[in-house]
Design a binder for this molecule. Structure first.
Ligand code: IPE
Ligand code: IPE
Ligand code: MG
Length: 245
């Protein structure tokens, strides 16, 4: 599709957008800076994207901040990232709360420092009564871990069904992912929201996360809007349903 075709497509706002914020290290390196510089800029970009999603009326936004596999990075980088999360928590929660955002952390918290765990819980409690955007931050998160946990809980509580597994995942009560975006040029899922992404539309861009802007997000949403989501049906069925609804 050409740019002008995309622009003329009616914008369909996804209920749930999930983003792998990749490319911080390469962006910093290209400028002769430390990887940590890229992570810092990455937080500022995330802040803008959260606000924009709220304005657009997106119901859920999940950002991949640190994967279960990222624990394997050099200790120094992991330490820096953990400090960055604590800092970001302290500086951002007030504004998120003011903007009616429901902040949630998803992932295996038991591996995180106690002070960070406490900060997360406080932020979640503070914003739990809000009614706007669900903003899920995936920290120490792995999609397989989420599924295993959910299946265990579902079987303890009565029965393993697709509905009960969904109900015990970390994003319980929220829509499945409609639009998956990955910046930084890699075309993989890297153990993100595996269960929740079963019918997500996938969008990959070479833009590195520190350079990702609201405009790039809008382009991704325009691309999403131009797709025919068939969920197994034929194209004709989908068109017919649209005109009769
Ligand atoms: C993503 O950027 C952020 C985290 C994984 C924490 P990277 O740090 O993976 O950046 P690249 O892929 O090395 O450029
Ligand atoms: C995925 O990025 C995790 C986050 C963005 C937090 P990675 O850069 O760690 O992914 P891989 O290892 O290249 O697949
Ligand atoms: Mg990476």
């Amino acid at each position: 599709m050409s740019d002008s075709d995309l622009e003329s497509t009616k914008l369909v706002i996804p209920n749930h957008i999930a983003i792998v914020m990749d490319g911080n290290g390469r962006w910093a390196k290209a400028q002769g800076k430390l990887r940590t510089f890229g992570h810092k800029k990455g937080v500022a970009v995330a802040r803008d994207i959260v606000r924009y999603c709220g304005e657009l009326g997106v119901k859920s936004l999940t950002l991949f901040a640190f994967s279960s596999e990222n624990w394997q990075r050099p200790e120094k980088e992991v330490g820096f990232l953990m400090r960055l999360f604590i800092e970001a928590l302290q500086s951002e929660v007030k504004t998120l709360h003011k903007n009616n955002v429901r902040l949630r952390f998803i992932g295996n918290r038991s591996r995180l420092e106690e002070s960070l765990q406490k900060g997360m819980l406080n932020a979640e409690t503070k914003t739990s009564g809000n009614t706007g955007l669900y903003f899920n931050v995936a920290v120490s998160y792995g999609g397989r871990w989420d599924i295993v946990n959910a299946v265990k809980k579902a079987s303890e509580k009565g029965g393993v069904t697709e509905e009960s597994i969904s109900a015990y995942t970390e994003t319980s009560g929220q829509h499945d992912v409609d639009l998956f975006i990955r910046s930084g040029g890699e075309k993989r899922i890297s153990n993100f929201l595996l269960w929740q992404m079963s019918y997500a539309e996938l969008y990959f861009t070479d833009v590195l996360w520190p350079e990702f802007s609201n405009e790039h997000l809008l382009t991704a949403i325009q691309d999403f809007s131009s797709r025919q989501r068939r969920f197994g049906k034929t194209g004709d069925q989908v068109v017919k349903e649209k005109t009769t609804n």
